[in-house]
Design a protein around this ligand. Structure first.
Ligand SMILES: NC(=O)c1ccc[n+]([C@@H]2O[C@H](COP(=O)([O-])OP(=O)(O)OC[C@H]3O[C@@H](n4cnc5c(N)ncnc54)[C@H](OP(=O)(O)O)[C@@H]3O)[C@@H](O)[C@H]2O)c1
Length: 327
């Protein structure tokens, strides 16, 4: 494993982490035993960073991660980055809520599900324009003082709001959508994004020495080269909510994926490794929080650490992905 160290966080962080969303069953049917085995294998292979959120599987992903760490007494060996501020009701409709009262309640529920006394990085999942940043910052300070969180992260926030928040409380980490074909994306699923990852977020990460977590590093599977033209997902798969993976936009992204796959074949390298190394080789990227549905996928992803993309290959990738710079 390779580790990166950033100014704002004490520990070295593994460049490959694990995103735990799919352990909640929102993608397809999933088995907790299998998810726990993936988590244990990841730690065996040197992974020390797990990204999760209450909303993933309506609490299930946090419970699975908590159970895996408890079973083998592994809590102290890893950093947990969970989130707050995205609530759901009985029919699984979600709402953003970054109010003080809600966050104080939510953090306790997260700690119970994860069977731990503290979260390493507590990230505000999405902005909530209804609540002043001052109120959210105050709540985070209160939660930190109580020893329930160590560091603060912001996910999907505009850089204006990040900088405003930094005047109110220390911000140690940012998380944004970022992969070879979504560099300055204007939307995620059907949610408009108020930030440009490559143009706005990355320069600030460098300037402030924050942890940066690119989410959907494999474009939910497309950059692992596993999709085919006309692919459909099972009825319960959350990828049906991604307009770039279903409907008319898909062919555009798929075509670029095919060009990258051809390039990967020319170099005799797997496409998932190209997608991950493209991220890893950027100094601003701290930890790639990709999802893995099997131990085999996890091992295939960690295998990217055995080589680097050279200048010639980087140039060819640049030509393929150039049209996607602003999409
Ligand atoms: N902050 C936010 O708003 C936000 C939003 C989205 C995600 N996230 C975080 O980011 C994490 C990762 O993002 P993501 O889950 O959207 O997408 P991703 O990491 O880009 O894609 C994960 C999927 O790619 C496929 N895959 C992974 N490795 C593979 C391999 N070696 N070969 C073939 N296929 C492979 C698997 O699909 P199959 O299951 O089909 O095999 C896996 O479920 C999440 O778990 C979550 O922690 C955060």
């Amino acid at each position: 494993m390779l580790y990166k160290k950033v100014k704002k966080v004490e520990e070295e962080i593994s460049v490959i982490g694990v995103g735990c969303w799919n352990f909640g069953g929102d993608w397809d049917s999933t088995d907790d035993k299998k998810s726990i085995a993936i988590i244990h294998k990841a730690i065996d292979l040197g992974v020390n960073f797990f990204d999760v959120a209450p909303v993933y599987g309506w609490g299930r992903s946090e419970k699975v991660l908590g159970e895996a760490l408890k079973q083998s007494n592994l809590r102290e060996k890893v950093l947990i980055a969970s989130k707050g501020g995205l609530l759901w009701n009985d029919t699984h409709e979600t709402t953003n809520d970054l109010s003080r009262n809600s966050l104080l309640k939510e953090i306790d529920q997260t700690l119970v599900r994860l069977q731990t006394d503290y979260i390493d990085i507590y990230q505000m999942h999405w902005p909530d324009p209804k609540v002043p940043l001052e109120e959210t910052a105050e709540a985070l300070e209160e939660i930190k003082k109580a020893g329930k969180i160590r560091y603060v992260g912001l996910s999907n926030f505009s850089q204006d709001d990040v900088e405003k928040m930094m005047k109110l409380t220390e911000v140690h980490c940012q998380q944004s959508l970022y992969n070879m074909l979504e560099r300055n994306p204007t939307g995620y699923h059907n949610i408009p994004l108020d930030y440009k990852t490559e143009k706005e977020v990355l320069p600030n990460i460098k300037k402030y020495g924050q942890v940066f977590l690119p989410y959907s590093p494999l474009f939910q599977g497309l950059l692992a080269g596993k999709f085919h033209s006309g692919i459909t997902f099972s009825e319960k798969d959350i990828r049906n909510a991604n307009p770039k993976l279903v409907g008319p936009q898909f062919e555009l992204y798929f075509e670029a994926g095919e060009k990258l796959k051809k390039l990967a074949d020319e170099y005799g390298k797997p496409m998932n490794e190209i997608a991950l190394n493209w991220l890893r080789q950027k100094p601003e990227v701290t930890c790639i929080i990709g999802g893995a549905s099997t131990i085999q996928q996890l091992e295939q992803n960690i295998h990217c650490l055995t080589w680097d993309i050279d200048d010639e290959m980087m140039k060819k990738i640049g030509q393929i992905i150039a049209p996607f710079e602003e999409m």
